[in-house]
Design a protein around this ligand. Sequence first.
Ligand code: AMP
Length: 173
Amino acid sequence: MTANAIKAAIRDIPDFPKPGIVFKDITPILRNPVLFRAAVQLFADRHRGRAIHRIAAIESRGFLFGAALALALGVGLVPIRKKGKLPYRTVEETYDLEYGTATIEAHEDAFEAGESVLLIDDLLATGGTARAAASLIERLGARVLEIDFLIELTFLDGRSRLSPHPIFAPISF
Ligand code: AMP
């Protein structure tokens, strides 16, 4: 199963969640077990045998791929969540959106000092969310090995905001 077959299942939803945004709907991938497995396999094939101590997944669609990949690789999972959702003591990072700001959090004991973390989300747009998540991980004493996305919107050049972290995104639009 190639990345092209997975790409073909992604559905464009114009003007969602607001006018002018073309939302990339991944639910057709999730509801098809062959495609979902193939999507997770793209990441698993890349990382099998690498020294990854933890996978950090960004709420909420990052959880879907992050959790499946964590099981496939036999690696622990850390959720990075929107502010106010995590129950224990947290550290937070605030970043700019087109209008206003957003805040994400991780538990303060989520990572061991010096461990290598693979950060994952479903889609790279401007890169603001992933950049904030990467800086949270580093503030907690861990190292970001790579940032992975199933989909990259290349015209937004989010990649440049994530420098110097390596990026892997098998599907681009
Ligand atoms: P950004 O911080 O701009 O890179 O936005 C990334 C986050 O917003 C990811 O968690 C995506 O799931 C979501 N997102 C942004 N733009 C889109 C889009 N066009 N379609 C689907 N999800 C999007």
